[in-house]
Each structure stands twice: as structure tokens, then as C-alpha cells.
Design a protein around this ligand. Structure first.
Ligand code: KIV
Ligand code: ZN
Length: 524
């Protein structure tokens, strides 16, 4: 018997999330995220928008080949070649979904699509019918659905289901809805669309008014059984509904929301940190569930209460989201075995041999400089090593002359395709000197540095620095990160990381053929 309170978790971090400026990921990074999402129990992974670029297509294809449990979805407009590209990209997935969308609100139809409502209705039937040739699992979305007139929305949904759509998604594309009116839309559809019982209703909320999670849960109360969301709530503009908030709300308040899902919430912290480290998007400290302060009790009264009885101020345990009150203290006497146990305890037990060795060596170096090594230090080190095995440009060493007297000079040594390279440059300050020296070794005159940001991994003057840089070259944006106890070394590492990604991106975004070249990035 179907379980009527089971909520399907549809994660769109790799599509709607990745679409937001500065959040782009390369193929290896998307694969890493997809593996984690699959392991965490996400039901559907929207892996990308295959027609949008060669990189998107290849990422969806690679994820489809590898992911075995989650359904892999590819997004497409109501256009034949979009649907074909999606179908081709998801071909290898054991469970595959085509997700096709078209705008249905008066505003979007008139100004964006310049189509009549009747033409939109026709496009819905045609696109869904065509998508069904490739898979039985077809999702149809009414873009700007929350601002669509009820009568027309009913006709669209009925037509989509008649053509074979098995999931009907009603996005609040511009984050305009209020919980009550959004829920009313779902109730209305369930009451009025005659074939509604043949499809699953889905929510997709943007966070422009900070209501994405509230709106999603409200829609669930009104009958939606799929929620579309992203890790850390990343996404266009103010982002999408945050997966971790939705899932923890359901887990913490089953009395108010008697729904369940397949997410292993204990993986939330790790997945959130991985995404943040890949994209360079630092999670705001007071962000619910995954912010650094989400489980911190600073005030004396609160600390006292928590010590006497955790539930005085804690509505959920840190362990339930994978945050551990550690009993393994790390320092300079900790050996390989203790380091491995620590990694396992924090969910990083699957680190490859090389990455483990590199991380261990860097941990030993750090332990020489820093008395107390916190969990955050280890996560930063490990994230800094993961996924960088194939980088062609590697940092080797750095010598800096800085201070008030004389010019600031950086001398840097790097390994480029296996050859040792050296450069020395003056600059307006040591960071400028480092970046100029790197430019001398790897010229990239068209690229512009858009962001340079330093974040202390922990408290204390001996804290590791986590540096994020964002570089833009002809519309391509990449983010690099580097961590080290020395802020200047971390800066060099971050810049080199970004350069590796830029070079990779240049290769992947070259259009594969004339046909692809015609396609504009038609993101919703
Ligand atoms: O926000 C939106 O409307 C979308 C759709 C394509 C699902 O992202
Ligand atoms: Zn969206």
C-alpha cells in the first residue's frame, strides 16, 4: 500500500543551486556532491540542465552513470532538442526522470515567452508526450506557478497529467507566495483537477521573502508529497528552500507534521560543509541547522541550563545533524591511527590513500604550530585536499618579504604539469605580490579577481586561515579555496585552486558543435 505520508526529497543543489552566480561546480565536484546526496538518502537528484552547456551535459551524464539509488533528473524547457539532450544525458541512470517546464503566469507568458495561453497548453501536451517516449518518470513544472490564475493552472495541470506527467510541480519561482495562499493553490488543484490523483504534487520555493521553507511545509500540509530544495538553501537570488531545515523541521516536530522521508540527517553537517568548501559560499553563522552558531550556547544562563538538562535550550541534538561532541582530542602526539579514527568519527573515513597521506602530513605540520587542533581544523584540511588529485598546477613553497620598510615581494615555487616553476614579483602588499607572481608563471590576462576573502577557521591568533578567491574570465566564474595556518600560504593555495578550475572550465565549456552553440542559457 503506498505510504501517504512519505515525502519525496528532490534535491536541486546541482541545478537550481549551481545556477546562482559564483556557485558553479566542475564535473568532479558535482560528482562528489551527487555521491553524498545519494548516500544521504535523497530520492531525486536534479543533476543539471543538459542543453545549457557541454559542462552541464557531461556532468548529468557522469552522475547518471554512477548513481545507483537516487533517481537522476535532467531539466529541459518545452523544446524538443532540450528534451532529447536531457534524455541522452540521463540514459545510463538506473532510475531516471525528465523534468520539463514552461511558464504559465500571465506575466511570463506575455513578456518572457510571448506565447498565448492556448499555445502554452499545446506546448505542455507536446513536451510531456515527447518526454514520455524516453522514460515513464516525467515531471512537469508550471514556472511562476504561484502567480498563475487558478482556472488556467487547472487546465495546464490536467493536460500535463493526461499527456503522462507523473509529478506536477508548482514553483514559487520569484519567492512571492505566503504560506496560506501557496497551500490554497495545492488544495485548489486537488479539489478541481479531475485526474490529480494520478500524479504527485510537488513544491519548489524560492526564498526572496525568507518564506521558502514555511511555504514548502505549508504545501505539504495541503497535499504536496515532493519537496524541491537545496543544501544550505543555495540558489537563484535569495536561494531555494534549504533541505536541512525542511528535514529537521519534520524530524523535530512530528506532532505538527506527521510526515517522514528517507534522509539520514546525521550526514547533514558533512554535506553542508562539503558544498560550502566546493563553492566558497560561507554559511552564515546564525543559519538554522548548519550555521557555526546553530548549536552554540554562549550566554551563561543558556550554558547552565544545557548542562543541567540539554532540552532546556536544545530542541534537537547536535548529533542528529552529525555534529559530534568529540572525545578524541588531537594534537602533535596524535599518530596516523588516531587521525584516521578522527576522520571516521567525522564522516571522512572514505578519503583516498593519497589524500589521506597529504592530509595527515598537513595535520602534523599544523600540530607543530598550533596547540589545540579542533574538528573544524581537520575538516578544513581534509576539504582542502579532497578532489585535488588531478590538478595540474600545484603549490610548492612561498617566501614573502612584507612590512612597513621596503617593497613587498613574493617568491613562489609551483609545479606545473610536473615541471618546477619559480617567479618573484613585487606588489601592493604581500597578497598582490603573490597573485602577480602566480600570473607570471600562468598568464591569464583576461581574468579578473572578483573576490578575496579570509575567514578564520577557529578562534585564536594561531587559527588557520581559510581564503576564498573568485576569478572571472569572459563570463566564466570560478571559486578557489585554500587553508593554512599562514594566511599568505592559504592565499596562494586558494588562487592556484581557482586557476586549476578556470583551466578545467575553459576546456569544458567549449561548445561541442554548432547545434549546441545556438542555444542560449535559458535558465528559469
Ligand atoms: O524556480 C523555478 O520555477 C524553477 C523551475 C524550472 C522548476 O526552477
Ligand atoms: Zn527554481
Amino acid at each position: 500500500m503506498p505510504d501517504s505520508n512519505r515525502i519525496i526529497i528532490f534535491d536541486t543543489t546541482l541545478r537550481d543551486g549551481e545556477q546562482s552566480p559564483g556557485c558553479s561546480m566542475n564535473l568532479e565536484e558535482k560528482l562528489r556532491m551527487a555521491r553524498l546526496l545519494d548516500e544521504m538518502g535523497v530520492d531525486v537528484i536534479e543533476a543539471g540542465f543538459p542543453i545549457a552547456s557541454k559542462g552541464d551535459f557531461e556532468a548529468v551524464e557522469a552522475i547518471s552513470r554512477e548513481i545507483k539509488n537516487s533517481t537522476v533528473a535532467g531539466l529541459c524547457r518545452a523544446i524538443k532538442r532540450d528534451i532529447e539532450a536531457s534524455a541522452e544525458a540521463i540514459k545510463a541512470a538506473p532510475h531516471k526522470r525528465i523534468h520539463t517546464f514552461i511558464s504559465t503566469s500571465p506575466l511570463h507568458m506575455k513578456y518572457k515567452l510571448q506565447m498565448t495561453p492556448e499555445a502554452v497548453l499545446e506546448a505542455i501536451t507536446e513536451s510531456v508526450t515527447f518526454a514520455r517516449k524516453f522514460t515513464d518518470d516525467v515531471e512537469w513544472s508550471a514556472e511562476d506557478g504561484s502567480r498563475t490564475e487558478d482556472d488556467f493552472l487547472c487546465r495546464c495541470v490536467e493536460a500535463a497529467i493526461k499527456a503522462g506527467a507523473t509529478t506536477i510541480n508548482i514553483p514559487d519561482t520569484v519567492g512571492y507566495a505566503m504560506p496560506d495562499d501557496y497551500a490554497a493553490k495545492f488544495t485548489m488543484l486537488r479539489d478541481r483537477v479531475p485526474n490529480m490523483n494520478r500524479a504527485v504534487l510537488s513544491t519548489h520555493c524560492h526564498n526572496d521573502l525568507g518564506l521558502a521553507v514555511a511555504n514548502s511545509l505549508s504545501a505539504v500540509d495541503a497535499g504536496a508529497r515532493q519537496i524541491e530544495c537545496t543544501i544550505n538553501g543555495i540558489g537563484e537570488r535569495a536561494g531555494n528552500a534549504a533541505l536541512e531545515e525542511l528535514v529537521m523541521a519534520m524530524r523535530t516536530r512530528p506532532d505538527a507534521m506527521p510526515y517522514h522521508n528517507g534522509i539520514k540527517t546525521e550526514m547533514i553537517t558533512k554535506v553542508s560543509r562539503t558544498l560550502s568548501s566546493i563553492t566558497g559560499f560561507v554559511v552564515q553563522p546564525n543559519k538554522a541547522i548548519v550555521g557555526a552558531n546553530a548549536f552554540a550556547h554562549e550566554s551563561g544562563i543558556h550554558q547552565d541550563g544545557v548542562l543541567k538538562h540539554a532540552q532546556t535550550y536544545e530542541i534537537m541534538t547536535p548529533e542528529s545533524v552529525g555534529l559530534h561532541r568529540s572525545n578524541l582530542v588531537m594534537g602533535k602526539h596524535s599518530g596516523r591511527h588516531a587521525f584516521k579514527s578522527k576522520l571516521e568519527e567525522m564522516g571522512y573515513g572514505d578519503l583516498g590513500e593519497n589524500a589521506f597521506e597529504d592530509a595527515f602530513n598537513r595535520f602534523k605540520d599544523l600540530a607543530d604550530k598550533k596547540k589545540q587542533i579542533f574538528d573544524e581544523d581537520i575538516v578544513a584540511l581534509v576539504e582542502d585536499e579532497t578532489g585535488r588529485d588531478n590538478e595540474n598546477i600545484r603549490f610548492t613553497s612561498l617566501v614573502i618579504q612584507a612590512g612597513t620598510k621596503g617593497p613587498q615581494i613574493a617568491s613562489i615555487e609551483m609545479d606545473v604539469d610536473g615541471t618546477r616553476k619559480f617567479a618573484m614579483s613585487e606588489g601592493n602588499g604581500p597578497v598582490d605580490a603573490i597573485f602577480k607572481a602566480i600570473r607570471m608563471i600562468i598568464p591569464h590576462d583576461d581574468a579578473v579577481l572578483q573576490l578575496y576573502q579570509v575567514h578564520a577557521v577557529t578562534g585564536g591568533t594561531d587559527a588557520q586561515a581559510e581564503v576564498t578567491v573568485k576569478i572571472e574570465e569572459n563570463g566564466k566564474i570560478v571559486v578557489g579555496q585554500g587553508t593554512d595556518a599562514d594566511t599568505l600560504v592559504a592565499s596562494a593555495r586558494a588562487y592556484i585552486h581557482a586557476l586549476n578550475k578556470l583551466i578545467d572550465k575553459r576546456a569544458r565549456t567549449a561548445p561541442p558543435d554548432v547545434h549546441m552553440n545556438e542555444v542560449e542559457r535559458a535558465g528559469p
